[in-house]
Design a protein around this ligand. Structure first.
Ligand code: ATP
Length: 716
């Protein structure tokens, strides 16, 4: 890589676009005082990220913009572009050229560009520090700053040397890590404070959760009791239902049968209440018949009596004088037949008895015949009567049997009614049981709904519950006790409130947040530890590299010093400052060594030949310039910067030292491109390109390529 070009536009005295090409190893810028040479050196410094206005000889940003003159108006914008050759890809950019430019406006706004792309200052610094062009600008030695490194304190010196050794990039990384670490520690503190903030709430929620867990346990117990309770209750109700159906079914069917029997019997009784009128009429007819038959029979019997009396009379008078035997004398002395009560005529004369006997026999026989006839009639009447009586008996029997049937029905009806009322009372009691059943069944269903609300769906999921065989027939009171237990748990659960889910949700959220914060602290702590490790590693690397670098610089420094002073010695020494061994308490409680206290500073020890001078402060201006040049060149030799700008570094040198200086320049130009602002003839003679800077009456700097002789003239 090498420096290719510098373009200025509106920067300080360069009002017009001015381009400097650096095609030689040594480029000299010459010109009269105040023409703008140093402005060129400052243009580099500024374009490459310088933030100190003081080092740019300005107070405000706008001091860097061309301020106008009698012949030229003031400008509102200044820009400087530095162009590098990047064919070897020294910069991590895939272009052959890298152009770093900076712009400034009167309002103080700064803009940075890398190859035309707007970037941040940080990007520019990162890009340049990778090629040892850090912001300490050790490669740009401004006018009067040749002994800057001598004037600096030991830490500033260390910084310059670190920068020159290309270690700044590690320091940046370290600083960045430190910033990150600081931020991380702040974050840890913040997260810890957040964690502390939620801790009391979390504790409170934890207690609540214990309650919730208790409620959960109770709910689980409730579910288990519920399952058994429901299972048993279902069984109980099923049995109850069966018993009820049975209890109700029998009397119900019976009642129906009884009712229909009552209807039937009532109908029967209704119809059987009066005797059959035909039969009654017939009975009456038969009574009349009997009466008639008996009258006839009586008459005929009387007739028989008469006939029998006649026969007797006839028979007695014939044999023994029937009149004496069959006649009695009444109180009147009259003769009365005992049979016919007539009276009895006076016995006729016995003379005619025989005739009479015959007549009587005949008569008796006739009477007898008649009697037989009457007897037959009586017999016939008797038979008729018997028939009538039989019919009568039959009808009566029929009527009686009808009556019996009525009475039986009446009795049966009575019994049925009694049974009916009995059945009704049974049914009433069944109905009462039915009501009880309905109530219990309703309560069972309601309880299930309540159980689901209170303890979740699982509570009603009781069908799989198996009743232990040994308690299968437990008395109902046990179930009632179970029910009371359920009620007790329900009341306690209700007392605990129903906010369990909310609390759990809140607790889970809070705990998750706490865990997240804990993890965050863990992560942050780990990243803090990583950063600390990285910082330690970087410190270690910087320290090691620095020590190695200082060793190598010392070798060159001593050589250049001896060359310049014709003897003596010079070296850089690392000085451990008087530090307080302080430790900082970090948020992690880890004792961190105070980094700054650990850092070593750089001291410069010189010993001039033939002089007993050891301290820097005792050197003359020229000696200081020589010492710093020797050191600068030594550093540049060890870690050559891409280019080195030396603004009148040679101002204090006498002729012989100017020569030595010129020799060293030539040597150095083999490893670093050199841009020298000089009035020194010797120095000019070593340059491949000479630029003359002039300033006319318009106050605008102008640049021209010139020859050595011209340069000498201009410089004078
Ligand atoms: P010397 O040889 O004396 O060191 P020099 O050539 O290095 O001089 P510079 O210091 O570069 O000169 O230039 C100084 C000149 O630049 C001054 O004349 C100053 O007025 C001019 N200048 C500085 N800032 C501005 C500005 N913002 N606008 C116009 N001119 C400016």
């Amino acid at each position: 890589m090498n420096l290719k070009r510098l373009e200025l536009l509106g920067f300080k005295s360069f009002a017009k676009k001015t381009v400097l090409d650096f095609e030689s190893d040594v480029t000299a810028i010459v010109g009269p005082n105040g023409s703008g040479k140093s402005n060129v050196a400052e243009a580099f410094r500024w374009a490459l990220g310088e933030q100190s206005l003081k080092s740019l000889r300005g107070k405000r940003g706008e001091d860097l913009i061309f301020n106008g003159s009698a012949g030229h108006p003031k400008l509102n914008h200044a820009s400087v572009e530095v162009v590098f050759n990047n064919k070897e890809r020294v910069f991590a950019i895939d272009f052959d050229e890298v152009a770093v430019s900076r712009h400034i406006y009167r309002d103080g706004t700064n803009e940075y560009f890398i190859n035309g792309t707007k970037v941040r200052l940080k990007d520019v610094i990162e890009l340049l520090s990778a090629v040892s062009l850090g912001v300490s600008s050790h490669h740009i030695i401004s006018q009067g700053e040749a002994d800057r490194i001598l004037n600096a304190n030991m830490f500033e010196r260390r910084e310059m040397i670190e920068d020159a050794l290309g270690l700044k990039v590690f320091q940046y990384k370290k600083e960045e890590s430190e910033k990150k670490l600081e931020k991380t520690r702040e974050n840890i503190k913040e997260v810890e404070s957040l964690r502390r903030e939620i801790a009391p709430h979390l504790r409170f929620l934890r207690k609540q959760i214990e309650q919730v867990k208790k409620a959960e346990e109770m709910r689980a117990e409730l579910i288990s009791i519920y399952k058994e309770y429901f299972k048993r209750e279902e069984e109980y109700l099923n049995n109850f239902r069966v018993v009820l159906a049975k209890e109700k079914g029998d009397p119900d069917a019976k009642l129906k049968a009884v009712d229909s029997e009552i209807v039937r019997l009532s109908a029967v009784l209704g119809s059987a209440n009066t005797a059959d009128p035909a039969k009654v009429t017939r009975l009456r007819e038969l009574d009349a018949n009997i009466y008639e038959l008996r009258s006839k029979k009586n008459n005929l019997e009387r007739e028989i009596g008469k006939l029998d009396a006649l026969i007797e009379i006839k028979s007695v008078s014939e044999e023994k004088g029937p009149e004496n035997r069959n006649i009695r004398i009444n109180e009147k002395g009259e003769r009365i037949c005992i049979y016919c009560a007539q009276v009895v005529p006076r016995v006729v004369d016995e003379v005619r008895e025989d005739e009479i006997k015959q007549a009587r026999e005949k008569e008796v026989s006739e009477i007898r015949a008649k009697r037989d006839e009457v007897e037959k009639m009586i017999h016939s009447l008797h038979e008729s009567e018997s028939r009538v009586l039989a019919e009568q008996d039959l009808i009566r029997a029929e009527i009686e049997s009808k009556k019996d049937e009525f009475r039986d029905s009446e009795r049966a009806l009575y019994e049925l009614r009694a049974e009916r009322s009995n059945l009704l009372s049974i049914l009433n009691s069944v109905r009462a049981k039915e009501e009880k059943f309905n109530m219990e069944e309703g309560a069972f269903k309601m309880e299930q709904t309540e159980a689901v609300v209170l303890a979740g769906r699982e509570a009603a999921n009781f069908r799989d519950f198996v009743i232990p065989a040994e308690t299968a027939g437990e008395p109902r009171v046990v179930q009632e006790e179970r029910r009371r237990k359920i009620e007790r748990i329900k009341i306690r659960l209700e007392d605990m409130g129903n906010s369990g889910e909310d609390v759990l949700k809140e607790y889970n959220e809070a705990e998750e947040r706490d865990r997240f914060l804990e993890k965050e602290i863990g992560d942050l702590t780990r990243s803090a530890e990583d950063l600390e490790a990285l910082m330690a590693e970087l410190s270690e690397k910087v320290n090691t590299e620095f020590k190695k670098g200082v060793e190598r610089i010392n070798k060159q420094f001593n050589e250049f010093f001896m060359l310049m002073f014709g003897g003596g010695s010079a070296e850089l020494t690392l000085v451990v400052p008087q530090k307080k061994k302080s430790v900082e308490e970090t948020a992690l409680g880890v004792a961190m060594p105070n980094e700054e206290a650990e850092e070593e500073g750089v001291d410069i020890n010189v010993s001039l030949p033939r002089k007993k001078i050891k301290g820097l402060q005792m050197l003359s201006g020229g000696e200081r310039a020589l010492t710093s040049i020797a050191l600068l060149f030594a550093v540049s030799q060890v870690n050559p910067p891409p280019f080195l700008i030396l603004d009148e570094t040679d101002a204090a040198l006498d002729e012989s030292n100017s020569k030595k200086y010129g020799d060293m320049l030539e040597n150095l130009s083999k490893i670093s491109q050199l841009i020298v602002v000089t009035h020194n003839r010797e120095t000019m003679s070593r340059a491949g390109i000479l630029y003359g800077v002039t300033m006319g009456a318009d106050g605008v700097s102008r640049l021209l390529s010139i020859k050595f002789d011209e340069a000498v003239k201009i410089a004078k």
